[in-house]
Design a protein around this ligand. Sequence first.
Ligand code: SF4
Length: 351
Amino acid sequence: MSNIGGREPALEKNYDDWTEYFDILGEPPYRADQICGWLWKRGVFDVNLMTDFSKKLREKMSETVDFSFPEISGHVKSNDGTKKFLVKMSGGTAVETALLRMGPRLTACVSVQSGCPVGCPFCVTGTVGFERNLTAGEIAGQFIVMERTAGRVINNAVFMGMGEPFLNTEATLGAVKMLNSPKMRGLGIRHITISTAGIIPGIQALAASGLGAGLAVSLHAATDELRSELVPVNSKYPLRDLMSALRGYQRVTGDRITIEYALFKGRNDSLENARELARLLHGLHSYVNLIPGNENGGGYERSSPESVLRFQSVLKSAGFESEIRTARGGEINAACGQLKNPAGGRSRNKT
Ligand code: SF4
């Protein structure tokens, strides 16, 4: 996010930054609690509405801080209650985000990049396009702006929208801290999940951070040959190294890892593919989400319900916990692999 007229963006300041800011102004430390309450708990970014600050202090803050905030410039809603939003950042970059309703709970699916450089061929009609990384505030700000628009509490955040979180690790972990900090949004860490295509340094960084956010890995194939086709980053981080990193992650965190496996007809949905997956995951404490792949063109068709069930039965027999996920938001292109950036060219979404 650019500094407007040299003013620091409010969105990028964490609680400690605000404490320091008010200290320099000669204000008491509780001012940091007040401003974080306005910004992160109430979603108010208009400094003039922050009535517990004096007019003089508000003027000073306006002079020194840029209070611009991501804006929703459009949304569509699907029959299952999923909403897709177009969120514009200051400077004009636009990303898509989705708000998924599962029973009484709401989950925000936020983007970490505008576009994605990974290039999975099944992701949004095989299109290409990467504009830029988002900042920590821009990522966390998507959650706040959706919550403000929904007018109710959002229970979960998944970093599963446009882009690869661990090609933007610092901002991703910064956003997790902003959402999780009790002084800021205060979202429970167990309600935050980062989904990666398997970028090993990022997985290691998450483990080392000690944050405790959930980890999901989009695997989609259990052999290097097939996976390098479906998830090209596999050529750089092949399965042997990835599995070793996941075991390392588990040793450090003790956490179960979610494995995402999108099923495409005739590509990766055979019984042999299922057996390969069971062999690969042997010894890893995991939970497998089977996702009937979304049809985004490029020759990738969704597996039939029978194939998905057969695939799952192999995993069950091998003792794995798994779930067949219902595609949500399909008819508004808000499902996995369907988010794109209508303002800044084309981009992809993690499945
Ligand atoms: S599936 Fe995820 S990692 Fe692959 S291109 Fe799409 S957004 Fe990027």
